[in-house]
Structure formats: structure tokens, C-alpha cells
Design a protein around this ligand. Structure first.
Ligand SMILES: Cc1ncc(COP(=O)(O)O)c(C=O)c1O
Length: 381
């Protein structure tokens, strides 16, 4: 038994290390030669000249930060324009932006439920939805992954507020939720449907309008969508889209809106420029999906185990956390940066390499990436 308050940390660290789960930061250089398939810059917009110029202009006009909660220091025209643009593009009545997608999810789940409510949450949901459920003090029932019948059973008999929460595209395996069936179940039970479209925006739906649009659910009364601005839009921040009454309620009740400094003007301007670019380039989402399909078919043809991608995330199973780390490291020494997901970031305890397709990757580069992953695979992968 340790006698110092944090003495137990050494044992916790050693347990992580021996299980292959210790994490560390590594330096990142701005002008690396590495092919980046670990990030979420699906459309290659984070360095697009129109996006970076918009961010730089906003810094010069507004300064480096938002200076406070928008309810305290005021709301800029940039925030209003971005909210109108996001809502219009994705087909919803209104939008509210947050400092991150994580904060948007906490806001939507907590403000739309409460201690008397029932939440039914998919077993593979993102950590930010799970944390929203915990913070909400609602009764939370976890449904087996992508199983609308199980969701219906868990909702049955509940009288009062109910919310079904699901990623639209699951962040670990890149598979899509059965949105049409989930929406039917919600309608029959009188429950709201909250979809986290972090990995659908810019990739799925007509011109990248997202998974809700693709499923015909955009703008439906019982549907609310959360977004991150940090993936396809290449910026930072998050948003909630839904009926105007929902957005007004969030503005008044969501603690991560009220007590958090607003989205920085630079991030708002960058995201706004990115949505406008997306309107002009409907080919980008299609290319990102094609690159994902190419990665998947190349890897599975070589015998590796990868889930068929429904959007731009491709996951390849590794035999163990240690194998996943070593595999990612071998890719890196050959010029390819891939994600490495280990517990607790994986719902089923299976470690994976996680690749993200990008619209700005050529066919030759795609082939090189597949070759690198196949040639560096551990035994048993
Ligand atoms: C499904 C999902 N939801 C929410 C988030 C959080 O978004 P942000 O990074 O903007 O906080 C992420 C990832 O970052 C995600 O993958």
C-alpha cells in the first residue's frame, strides 16, 4: 500500500505497460514526408488555401480566441453564418456550434434527457456519447451493436422522455448504423433519435450532406444530429443540428454551451470556408469513399481482416495490442502513418490498425499504402 497520494500511479502505469496499453505522445512535424492515414482530414481540407486564409483573416479581425462564452461576450457574424450554412447544407432547421464535437455530444445528450428519461445507447458509441449518458443522470440501457430490434425492446413500456443515441458511422470499425430502422423504432415508441454524424458529414449523403440526409432523416421532427468540425471540414469544433426549438433549448440549458468559451473565430471561419468548398466540390466525398473501398479490397485480397467500410474509416484487426503497436511502427518506418487503436478505445477489446481514407490520395499512393500494410503485417493478422 503506497503512502503518498499518487503512489498508486506507478502500479497503474506498470499494469498498462505489461498489457501493451501504455500511451505516449510523439512529436509531429509540420512538413513531414509521412503519408498521413491516421487523421480524420477526409477531404484534405485542413491545409486548403481557402480554409487557412479564412482562419488567418478571422484571427486578424477577431483575435486569437473567442474571449468568453457567446452568451457573455456576444456572438460574431461568423458564428451565425456558420450555423446557418451547416443547417442549410445538412437539411436542418437550425444549428448551434460548440468548441468541440465532444462538447456538442455532451450538450445534446444531457439537455435532451434528464433524471426521469430513458436513453438507449448503442454498445459501440463514441466515448463522448457515453459520457453524455453518464452526465445526464437518465436511466441508460446499452443496446447490442446495430440492433434496432433490441432497441425497440429496450424502449418498450417506457412512459415519458426517451432518446436513442447512436453514431451514424462507428468510429472504430467504420460501419454504418441502421438509420432507417432506428428511426422507425423511435417513431413507434415516441422516442427522439440523436445521431452523431462525426464520420458521415462530408463523406455520406448527396455531396457530403451526411448520413441523416442519405437516410432521408434530415430535418425530421424527432431527429437531432451532432457533428464535429474537425474531420471532413478540417477545422476544430462541433455542432448540433435540429428543430429550432431544440437549438433554443440547448442555448438555454446545455452546460457545455453556457459555461464553455465559444468556438474560436478562426475555427468558425475555417469550417465555414470548408462547407462552402464542399458545396462546390461534390466529387470529394465520392473520392474519399472510393479510396476507402480501395484500401479495403487491397487489404482483404491479401488475407487481412478488415470490416467493409460504409464511409471513410477502414479498420484492420491485429492479433494483440503489442502486435498493433509494432505493426503501426513498421508502417511508420516505411513512410506511412496509420492509427493504432487499443483498449479502452475499442468496444470489443480487439486492437486494430485504423486507416482513414482521404479524397486527396492518388491511386498510386493508395497502392503503396496497401503494399506497406500487407508487407509489414504480423503473423496471425
Ligand atoms: C464519433 C465521434 N464523435 C465525436 C467525436 C469528438 O469530436 P471532437 O474531436 O470534435 O471533440 C469524435 C472524434 O473525435 C468521434 O469520432
Amino acid at each position: 500500500m503506497s503512502t503518498t497520494p499518487f503512489g498508486w500511479l506507478a502500479e497503474a502505469r506498470e499494469n498498462r505497460r505489461s498489457a501493451g496499453l501504455q500511451r505516449r505522445l510523439r512529436p509531429r512535424s509540420a512538413d513531414t514526408e509521412l503519408l498521413q492515414l491516421a487523421g480524420n482530414d477526409y477531404l484534405g481540407l485542413t491545409r486548403h488555401p481557402a480554409v487557412t486564409a479564412a482562419a488567418a483573416d478571422a484571427v486578424h479581425r477577431w483575435g486569437a480566441g473567442a474571449t468568453g462564452s457567446r452568451l457573455v461576450t456576444g456572438s460574431t457574424d461568423l458564428h451565425a453564418e456558420l450555423e446557418a450554412e451547416l443547417a442549410g447544407f445538412c437539411g436542418f432547421e437550425a444549428a448551434l456550434v460548440f468548441s468541440s464535437g465532444y462538447a456538442a455530444n455532451l450538450a445534446a445528450v444531457t439537455a435532451l434527457t434528464g433524471p426521469d428519461a430513458l436513453i438507449v445507447s448503442d454498445a459501440a458509441n463514441h466515448a463522448s456519447l457515453i459520457d453524455g449518458c453518464r452526465l445526464s443522470r437518465a436511466t441508460t440501457r446499452v443496446a447490442p451493436h446495430a440492433d434496432p430490434e433490441a432497441v425497440a425492446k429496450l424502449l418498450a413500456g417506457h412512459d415519458g422522455r426517451a432518446l436513442v443515441v447512436s453514431d451514424s458511422v462507428f468510429s472504430v470499425d467504420g460501419d454504418a448504423a441502421p438509420l432507417t430502422e432506428l428511426a422507425d423504432v423511435c417513431r413507434e415508441a415516441g422516442a427522439g433519435l440523436l445521431l452523431d454524424d462525426a464520420h458521415g458529414l462530408g463523406v455520406l449523403g448527396d455531396g457530403g450532406r451526411g448520413a441523416a440526409w442519405a437516410a432521408g432523416l434530415a430535418g425530421r421532427e424527432g431527429t437531432v444530429v451532432t457533428l464535429t468540425l474537425s474531420k471532413s471540414l478540417g477545422s476544430q469544433g462541433g455542432a448540433v443540428l435540429g428543430p429550432a426549438a431544440v437549438i433554443d433549448h440547448l442555448l438555454n440549458a446545455a452546460r457545455t454551451f453556457i459555461f464553455d468559451t465559444g468556438l474560436s473565430p478562426a475555427a468558425a471561419a475555417a469550417a465555414l470556408a470548408a462547407v462552402r468548398l464542399l458545396r462546390e466540390r461534390p466529387d470529394l466525398p465520392e473520392r474519399a469513399r472510393a479510396v476507402a473501398r480501395g484500401l479495403h479490397s487491397g487489404l482483404t485480397a491479401a488475407g487481412l481482416s478488415a470490416v467493409r467500410p460504409d464511409a471513410a474509416v477502414v479498420s484492420v484487426r491485429a492479433p494483440s495490442p503489442q502486435d498493433a503497436v509494432a505493426w503501426a511502427e513498421r508502417c511508420r518506418t516505411r513512410g506511412l502513418h496509420v492509427g493504432c487503436f487499443r483498449p479502452p478505445s475499442v468496444p470489443d477489446g480487439v486492437s486494430r490498425l485504423r486507416l482513414t481514407a482521404r479524397a486527396d490520395v492518388s491511386d498510386d499512393t493508395l497502392d503503396r499504402a496497401v503494399r506497406t500494410i500487407v508487407e509489414t503485417a504480423p503473423a496471425g493478422a
